[in-house]
Design a protein around this ligand. Structure first.
Ligand SMILES: [Fe+2]
Length: 403
């Protein structure tokens, strides 16, 4: 069946049968939407109305067009689910995987703390220790691609700065893996990301944690932190140029609107561009004094909307293809009314992940949660909405830790 949709509701995975322009006017167009570039291309050619074949590709019932992104927005106040007090939900990960990942995260945070301590005491940071941690992170991401990513949002650590550095390193490595970087390249990328914000130690904490808008003077100081970082790390023996570019360029933007140098496009190194996406994603999904955190899927959506002016679309696409439109741990309401948590994604079918159903259509907690693969679901269930885990009467901690 053909469904008429607006370009703002076009999502990766959909199959476009026809559009409101002649195909001849849109060169190299492919009907199956598999990338953000394809969506952007259609926008470039001023396509507004599309007809999507619901029997081909991944069709998701679209809400009326409201944004400029291929990801569905959550309803703002779905209200708590009733009858969700009983029933055990199994962990979405293996207990041993979680134990190893938590220990690794702890080691990485301590490593960053050590770097900051060294800087404060005017000692040279322990580059070897950082390389060792990054090597372990690469190994873990290679074998358990979703665990460190999901745990990154269960922050048990008081100090945001250290966890942020570890998370930016984790997300950068996820993108680097997607680009098939060598172990050596990944190490340079991961170490640079781990050290990327050390220059903030030279910025007054009152400015860093100011809840309101920064004035021009404060903004000027904060925009110098990549340069401060480079000054602090320049003399570290063994520090690679590629890692330094992560440090210097993680706030540059492809349109030239970033800082400290206002570089454009390819003037920014690939490592710098990767770290920029990782940095923004972590900032968006973390509670700060000046902002409320977004759910991972909403951050993915916002980053997509920001891509044209800020990031390389190919890199954003690799990131989304790895973490998913609905990242692991996302709590979703299905077209059947059931509620579940995403436990795995299909990289070629991002809108149809594997979901563990724990609330039935009547709103009751299911005694034995049921794992279903939306890609091969006989009932053709689709994701209708994303909700906060609390709205389903659970927490992400429970989903990751319970047995
Ligand atoms: Fe920064």
């Amino acid at each position: 069946m053909l469904k008429k949709i607006h370009i703002n509701d076009l999502q990766i995975g959909m199959y476009v049968e026809k559009v409101d322009r002649s195909w001849i006017e849109i060169p190299f167009f492919k009907k199956h939407i598999r990338s953000l570039q394809q969506v952007e291309k259609l926008r470039e050619y001023h396509v507004e109305v599309l007809y999507v074949d619901t029997e081909k590709g991944d069709w998701v019932e679209s809400a009326p067009s409201s944004g400029q992104c291929p990801v569905r927005e959550a309803k703002t106040e779905p209200g708590p689910v009733e009858g969700t007090k009983t029933g055990e939900i199994p962990s979405i990960f293996d207990a041993e995987e979680i134990r190893v990942a938590r220990a690794l995260q702890q080691q990485a945070v301590e490593c960053v703390q050590g770097v900051y301590r060294n800087i404060a005491e005017e000692e040279s940071p322990d580059l070897e220790a950082a390389e060792e941690v990054v090597g372990r992170m690469i190994h873990h991401i290679t074998h358990h691609p979703n665990v460190l990513f999901t745990l990154s949002k269960l922050q048990d650590f008081d100090e945001y700065t250290f966890m942020h550095c570890v998370n930016v390193s984790t997300f950068s490595l996820i993108i680097g893996k997607a680009l098939h970087y060598t172990q050596n390249e990944l190490k340079k990328l991961g170490v640079g990301a781990l050290f990327h914000d050390v220059g903030k130690t030279r910025v007054d904490k009152k400015i860093l944690n100011k809840p309101g808008k920064l004035d021009a003077g404060e903004l000027m100081v904060i925009r110098k932190h990549p340069i401060f970082s480079v000054e602090l790390l320049r003399e570290v023996p063994g520090m690679r140029m590629e890692s330094m570019r992560v440090v210097l360029e993680h706030h540059e933007r492809i349109s030239g609107g970033g800082y400290p140098r206002g570089l454009k496009g390819k003037e920014i190194s690939p490592f710098g561009q990767i770290a920029a996406i990782a940095d923004v994603y972590d900032a968006m999904t973390t509670d700060r004094v000046y902002q409320k955190k977004l759910l991972p899927y909403a951050a993915v959506s916002r980053i997509y909307r920001m891509t044209k002016e800020n990031f390389d679309p190919g890199l954003v696409e690799r990131f989304i293809a790895r973490i998913g439109v609905y990242p692991v741990g996302t709590v979703v309401v299905l077209s059947s009314g059931e509620i579940g948590v995403v436990t795995e994604i299909h990289r070629d079918h991002l809108l149809s992940p594997i979901v563990l159903i724990f609330v039935d259509p009547a709103g009751n907690r299911i005694e034995t949660p049921d794992r279903i693969d939306l890609l091969h679901d006989h009932h053709n269930r689709k994701i209708e909405q994303v909700i906060h885990p609390e709205e389903a009467g659970i927490s992400l901690e429970v989903l990751v830790n319970s047995t």
